[in-house]
Design a protein around this ligand. Structure first.
Ligand SMILES: Nc1nc2c(c(=O)[nH]1)N[C@H]1C(S)=C(S)[C@@H](COP(=O)(O)OP(=O)(O)OC[C@H]3O[C@@H](n4cnc5c(=O)[nH]c(N)nc54)[C@H](O)[C@@H]3O)O[C@H]1N2
Ligand SMILES: Nc1nc2c(c(=O)[nH]1)N[C@H]1C(S)=C(S)[C@@H](COP(=O)(O)OP(=O)(O)OC[C@H]3O[C@@H](n4cnc5c(=O)[nH]c(N)nc54)[C@H](O)[C@@H]3O)O[C@H]1N2
Ligand code: SF4
Ligand SMILES: [Mo]
Length: 911
């Protein structure tokens, strides 16, 4: 990992995962892989990478990729076709749908993982040339409440500050953000600053997280009550005389009404505490700390945005910063932590249904301006449908043609059951994808188009601090894969719009986008990168990371080295409202999360450290899979006991929308009455599919963003008298009735198994694999079955271990045999024993993904006297590279100092 880079010089590009937007230096190897390390010169990460970024080299394989256009005729299966045939079909069917049913019958569903250039082309085609504004994106599920909150307060979707503010702050308040897992490199920067200057970190999150474990103060407020907490803070700041009268008077409007509304919601600290389910002393201490500290950054993410009151939560936070003038100055400001690598770029080009392009909306003047710039024949003149409504319109048959690019809605939207049904109704369903199979691809697209993936893509992305960076290609386009913008331009050409879509490079598209941002702007719109509109191809290739705005008169344009950019906005007002004043927000009265008869718990959903969304890429890395190999639901131990759920057993989780089955985690960090499940699993890698099946489609009235954090659910034990493990070289179809979850292993796959399927049934299934060289151990009385199958060359094809619940063998040490060529006679014997001497005693879940160090090994090192993070690092190297696992090592250290490790409770064998 820390080995010096081999020559030739690395290609500098940007990580394709989170919105931190770390710079990556890559040296491709001859075998289609690459050596990846952090780019020391990139201002987002200065050389650091988290576990996901560090494992990028393991995700470049072509085995799962879509390499050729595919098309379906009639009810037949998808079959390989040529680009010409596929594009003719898309253009013809799109035109036919629009001719018969109007432009509003066509829609695009895009993604914050597309490059800015791809996004720009899709938006231009739809809104200017097809005449439909039904262009929305998975950013609706992600950043829409921040966008709406920014626009309401600032008149524009502007993030006022930058990452350096987190290092200059004396107080960082993280609201609804698990940054230790989700923005790990930025969190490392916060921790480093704390070590240097004693910054205080406050975490506001109902659930105990790794981020909370690192905080100086934790406020585990009740779900959905953030706007009450920040209303209470506004009242406190006013009553304590901490307002910035000069800033208020010169640069804002509406303070009196906002304060009156806040008083009605949260009259004082004690009332705030009661309404938020927090201790009065804790709330008072937080208010006093905020009031007394000038340099405060409030960072927020999905606990704020993904809420039925997300926009008001953003407004309540921004109010406190406006009232104290703590905005746009070093170390101060509200800071939206964006999720995806290009969530910001998508907003810049108008990827949301309620935006037009370049941060313009649908006012008649703006529609006219964009029409003239594009010479557009058929402008959409009104906002389109937002994601949840768009899929409802598809289900209702009103939208008949849909082009999905770079997102997996059959997993990530709320109510995925309804989403799947809707997708199957379309007259034309086009899917641009990197992978050949996922849950959305299973919904019978008519055409699948192979798109360039990270390493092949070429263009720009914008990170959380408005910094535009290049994603550069270091691999050739494999098979017949094309850049994302290309099929859009080709369809436009087929529809008669060749002149407006005539680019031959990403650089040319970027120049047009940059020019539009400056077109008739005169400083009235925040998003202005016209200083980059004349970059030559070479200057675009060499573009250094730069923060917008970059207006023309900023002396930019020369590209490398000469682009000044803008670190902060609004310190001296200059908001983008008509009167240049910011608006205070009057939040609506805060309603509790919706309850539902028969569904007594609230289901919260979110992310794990080492997986990215629906795992189409991180799922390929054995290292990353080892951290959390199975989908689970966490509940408080008291709830588990009350509901008869056994830690490690299975639970059926049900909501009004759907049901799934997950492994139970009894976790004291989970507030009673709530449950938490990760979002990463789907039917592609788990028998019972995504958590999105259960999630309600309740949305914020202003942003349209779904509340994915508070769905009423019921939990009940699911019978699982057996459990087991399956290892195999290839993907296998498992028997009906089994509960399983699949993860990548070096040389193949590993499945965790559970359920009611008895050993005899497993034995019959295993025999059906058709190997002529099988060894078996069957113990019907003991409820155990073990078997291994080999190919003619003596290589392991599959190994199965089934045992009574609670007695699943730890086969970690056997996983390496999948790569053995052939399996040695001694190892054949130990396979049936289900274990091999050596490392497995120190096994357990993987903690350090960089150096492959397990929980057991760390516990052993702690037992042997390692008393702090540094000592563990010296002994095992764990935590010394990316640092993502430092919070977990700290938890193990503190647990070891409190208690002797408890044995894992035996699972219930329910009848
Ligand atoms: N490892 C990893 N990192 C990622 C991603 C990934 O898939 N994996 N995805 C990226 C993307 S696209 C995004 S959007 C970001 C998301 O980053 P985060 O928003 O940090 O992640 P989440 O886990 O979705 O949710 C954050 C927290 O909100 C809390 N929460 C729930 N309800 C409330 C509430 O009412 N109030 C408050 N204050 N908190 C609440 C949850 O308990 C959870 O801990 O992560 C990015 N980074
Ligand atoms: N319950 C619940 N649901 C949630 C969330 C939650 O916290 N809870 N979070 C929401 C949030 S914040 C987000 S961002 C979404 C994420 O949800 P999705 O966007 O659905 O998740 P991904 O797995 O990132 O899907 C990206 C897909 O695009 C493909 N892909 C990647 N790059 C490219 C590319 O450049 N071009 C093309 N054509 N394809 C590409 C990948 O193979 C993958 O299939 O999930 C949302 N859903
Ligand atoms: S923090 Fe990790 S996932 Fe996010 S951009 Fe950096 S390396 Fe990539
Ligand atoms: Mo996101």
């Amino acid at each position: 990992m820390n080995a010096p880079l081999p020559s030739p010089p690395p290609v500098k590009t940007t990580c394709p995962y989170c919105g931190v937007g770390c710079g990556v230096a890559v040296v491709p190897d001859a075998a289609g892989g690459a050596h990846v390390e952090g780019d020391k010169a990139h201002p987002a990460n200065f050389g650091r990478l988290c576990s996901k970024g560090a494992a990028l080299g393991e995700t470049l394989g072509l085995e799962t990729r879509l390499l050729y256009p595919m098309m379906r005729t009639g009810d037949g299966p998808l079959a390989r076709t040529s680009w010409d045939v596929a594009l003719d079909r898309v253009a013809r069917d799109l035109a036919a749908v629009i001719d018969s049913h109007g432009p509003g019958s066509a829609a695009f569903y895009l993604s914050g993982q597309l490059l800015t250039e791809d996004y720009y082309v899709a938006n231009k085609l739809a809104k200017g040339f097809l005449g439909t504004a039904h262009v929305d994106t998975n950013s609706r599920l992600c950043m829409a409440s921040s966008v709406a909150g920014h626009k309401r307060a600032f008149g524009s979707d502007t993030v006022p500050g930058c990452y350096a503010d987190l290092e200059a702050a004396d107080l960082i308040v993280l609201v609804g953000s698990n940054a230790a897992f989700c923005h790990p490199v930025l969190f490392r920067r916060m921790e480093a600053a704390r070590a240097k200057r004693g910054t205080k970190i406050v975490v506001i999150d109902p659930r105990g997280t790794e981020t909370a474990a690192e905080a100086d103060m934790v406020l585990p407020l009740a779900h959905g009550t953030d706007a009450i907490l920040f209303s209470g803070l506004l009242v406190y700041l006013a009553d304590a005389g901490r307002l910035d009268a000069a800033f208020l008077g010169r640069h804002t409007q509406g303070f009196a009404e906002a304060l009156a509304a806040a008083r009605a919601i949260a009259p004082d600290a004690a009332a705030t505490a009661r309404a938020c389910g927090l201790g009065a002393a804790d709330v008072a201490a937080f208010f006093a700390l905020f009031a007394a500290t000038g340099k405060v950054v409030t960072g927020y993410s999905q606990g704020v945005n993904q809420s039925a009151q997300g926009t008001d939560k953003v407004g309540a936070i921004v109010n406190c910063h406006l009232a104290t003038g703590r905005i746009g100055r070093e170390g101060m400001g509200p800071f939206s932590l964006t999720g995806q690598p290009n969530a910001m770029g998508g907003r810049e080009v108008g990827g949301l249904a309620n935006q037009l392009a370049a941060h313009m909306g649908f006012s008649p003047a703006e529609v006219d301006r964009v029409r003239r710039f594009w010479s557009a024949p058929r402008m959409a003149e009104r906002e389109g449908l937002k994601a949840v409504d768009m899929f409802a319109a598809i289900g209702a048959g009103e939208i008949k043609a849909l082009w999905v690019m770079g997102t997996n809605p059959a997993v990530s939207l709320p109510q995925t059951g309804a989403v799947r049904a809707a997708l199957e109704k379309l007259d034309l369903f086009v899917l641009s994808e990197n992978v050949a199979a996922n849950d959305t691809a299973a919904c019978r697209p008519h055409v699948m188009l192979p798109a360039a993936a990270w390493g092949e893509k070429d263009g720009t992305v914008t990170n959380s601090e408005r910094r535009i960076s290049r994603q550069r290609a270091f691999l050739p386009l494999p098979g017949e894969v094309k850049h994302g913008w290309w099929p859009l331009a080709e369809v436009a050409r087929r529809l008669g719009f060749a002149d407006a879509f005539a680019w031959t490079s990403a650089a040319a598209i970027f120049r047009e986008h940059a020019a539009l941002s400056g077109f008739e702007n005169d400083g009235a719109r925040d998003f202005d990168i016209s200083g980059l509109a004349t970059l030559s191809d070479a200057a675009y290739d060499a573009l250094q990371p730069v923060q917008w705005p970059v207006p023309k008169d900023a002396g930019a344009g020369a590209g490398a080295g000469a682009t000044p950019g803008t670190a902060r906005l609004f310190a001296d007002g200059g908001f983008f409202t008509a009167d240049r004043r910011a608006r205070f927000i009057v939040p609506a009265p805060v309603a509790p999360p919706l309850g539902a008869e028969g569904f007594p718990l609230l289901l919260n959903t979110g992310r794990l450290r080492d997986q990215w969304h629906t795992m189409t890429r991180t799922g390929l890395s054995p290292r990353l899979a080892a951290h959390e190999p199975v989908p689970f639901v966490a509940v408080h131990p008291d709830d588990a006991a009350r509901l008869g759920l056994a830690h490690g057993g299975l639970a059926r989780v049900t909501s009004a929308q759907g049901a799934t089955v997950l492994e139970v985690r009894a976790d004291p960090r989970q507030p009673p009455g709530t449950a938490f499940a990760p979002i990463h699993w789907s039917f592609a890698n788990a028998s019972h599919g995504p958590i999105g099946q259960l999630v309600q489609a309740r949305t914020d009235p202003l942003s349209g963003q779904p509340d994915s954090k508070a769905t009423p659910v019921a939990l009940a034990p699911e019978p699982a008298p057996f459990e087991g493990v399956l290892l195999a070289r290839q993907g296998l179809t498992l028997p009906d009735g089994a509960w399983w979850a699949r993860a990548a292993l070096s040389g193949g796959f590993g499945w965790r198994l559970a359920g009611t399927l008895a050993p005899q049934a497993w034995a019959a299934w295993f025999a059906g694999l058709g190997s002529s060289d099988i060894i078996e151990m069957s113990d019907p009385a003991g409820g155990a079955y073990r078997a291994a199958a080999f190919d003619a060359a003596g290589r392991l094809v599959a190994a199965l271990f089934v045992a009574p619940a609670g007695a699943r063998p730890n086969v970690d040490a056997l996983k390496g045999l999948l790569g053995a060529d052939p399996v040695a006679p001694d190892d054949r014997r130990v396979l049936l024993a289900g274990r091999r001497a050596g490392r497995e005693a120190a096994g357990g879940p993987l903690v350090c993904a960089c150096f492959g160090v397990s929980q057991g090994e760390i516990a052993a090192a702690i037992g042997a006297g390692c008393a702090d993070i540094a000592a563990v690092g010296r002994a095992l190297r764990a935590g010394t590279n990316c640092g993502s696992c430092v919070p977990e090592i700290r938890t193990l250290l503190s647990r070891a100092s409190l208690e002797a490790p408890a044995p894992r409770p035996k699972a219930d064998v329910a009848a």
